[in-house]
Design a protein around this ligand. Structure first.
Ligand code: AMP
Ligand code: MG
Length: 388
């Protein structure tokens, strides 16, 4: 997640509905390792949105094929420091805007729980008091931490939600343009260990076994929010819908007359001029992790915003990892986890999980290499032959 995502959201949530401003997104979602905000900025709708100023809820709608009565609606709003977007087909603009409003207020509720910028967020309170005694948490914070620990165990610590102290160090390094001091890295690393987070499923409490631990939901929070927004939309009777939370994409039923939502994957190779691949997605989520546009470059080395918790060092070089899963929190967390694991370990984990498949784009010996786990859609392959 780029640093921009860490800024507190200061915009309001006034709802402004207005007629269509042309076919701004045409069912396409782009998820980009280059930076989710950057992906948003590339789209005209986002520019239009930014032109209106932060905090204004934009909507566009236009009828689809004459045969079907549902119309397409689209809404976007800043949440969690990035742009969240909903596309949907609904019978009327009243139904559509009511559902979108409910979904966005759910996202706002989750931001207040998971933010590490708002001093009064539930996550911040947990970090303040959770090392003194078991701290009772909401079911949302409990669920997102439980899923985080599940991915930590699956990845043997390659994903670690207690990565906060190292994230702070590397964020400062990006700001100053200087690598962190190895001693500071060692000190921060000593505080990072997901096994020191104790969840009590009976009392719904979290206990941090080491004082000074810092939790960071940057690799899973937006995915969790996307899932929750989709659930709200579905509970409001909107089923043909797609939620894009920054770069996290989750889809419900496909648009009328189509077998899925078109989602473009901008992976590391597309930055180098290789055509990006497009997925057709329904009832699934997809996430891409990799180098961000706010990487650190020192002495010709390029350091990512993703950190290897075992060494304390940011990942080096260009790469990207795309994960498809049945829900967005899983796709989001696994994409980060697979980024720091070896490709073969990642393939083993992906293939052990129902509904999960992944694509690894790596630079090896000056060439792009592609690896996929079983089940990754062949249709997506702008990939060279025999890349499996
Ligand atoms: P993503 O863009 O989903 O891959 O998430 C990257 C963000 O997750 C970073 O900006 C950090 O806030 C956090 N992060 C970095 N490395 C890790 C890691 N190994 N495990 C968990 N979270 C991480
Ligand atoms: Mg992630």
């Amino acid at each position: 997640m780029p640093d921009t995502t860490r800024r507190p959201f200061r915009g309001g949530s006034r709802v402004l509905l207005h007629p269509s401003r042309a076919e701004v997104f045409s069912n396409d979602a782009a998820i980009s390792w280059v930076g989710r905000v950057a992906a948003c900025l590339r789209s005209c709708s986002c520019l239009f949105f930014l032109g209106l100023g932060l905090g204004i809820f934009t909507a566009s709608s236009r009828p689809v094929a004459a045969k079907v009565s549902a119309q397409r609606f689209e809404y976007s709003l800043p949440r969690m420091g990035t742009i969240f977007r909903i596309e949907m087909y609904a019978a009327s603009d009243v139904d559509a805007s009511k559902a979108a409003e409910a979904a966005f207020s759910r996202a706002e509720e989750l931001e207040q729980i998971m933010s590490d910028y708002r001093a009064d967020s539930e996550l911040m309170l947990l970090m303040r008091d959770g090392a003194t005694a078991p701290f009772p948490v909401s079911s949302d914070l409990y669920s997102v931490l439980a899923k985080s620990l599940w991915v930590s165990r699956l990845s043997r610590g390659a994903f670690d939600v207690s990565i906060g102290p190292l994230v702070d160090l590397w964020r400062n390094a990006r700001k100053s343009g200087r690598l962190p001091d190895p001693e500071e890295i060692a000190k921060a690393k000593a505080l990072v260990d997901y096994r020191n987070i104790e969840l009590d499923p009976v009392h719904h409490t979290v206990f941090l076994k080491r004082a000074g631990m810092k939790l960071d939901l940057g690799a899973i929070g937006k995915g969790y929010a996307a899932d929750q927004m989709l659930a709200v939309l579905q509970s409001q009777g909107i089923h043909q819908t797609m939620v894009v939370a920054g770069g996290e994409v989750v889809t419900g039923e496909p648009p009328p007359g189509s077998s899925g939502w078109r989602v473009r994957i901008d992976s590391a190779d597309s930055d180098a001029g290789v055509a990006p691949c497009t997925l057709l997605l329904s009832a699934h989520a997809v996430s891409t992790s990799g180098d961000e546009h706010q990487f650190l470059e020192v002495n010709g080395h390029r350091y990512s915003h993703i950190i290897n918790p075992r060494t304390g060092w940011a990942l080096e070089g260009k790469s990207s990892t795309t994960v498809i899963a049945r829900d967005s929190a899983t796709a989001d967390a696994l994409a980060t986890a697979f980024s720091t694991m070896s490709v073969s370990d990642g393939i083993r984990v992906a293939q052990s999980l129902p509904g999960v498949s992944a694509l690894w784009v790596r630079r090896v010996g000056g060439e792009w290499k592609y690896y996929t786990s079983r089940g990754f859609p062949a249709s997506c392959h702008g990939l060279p032959e025999g890349s499996q």
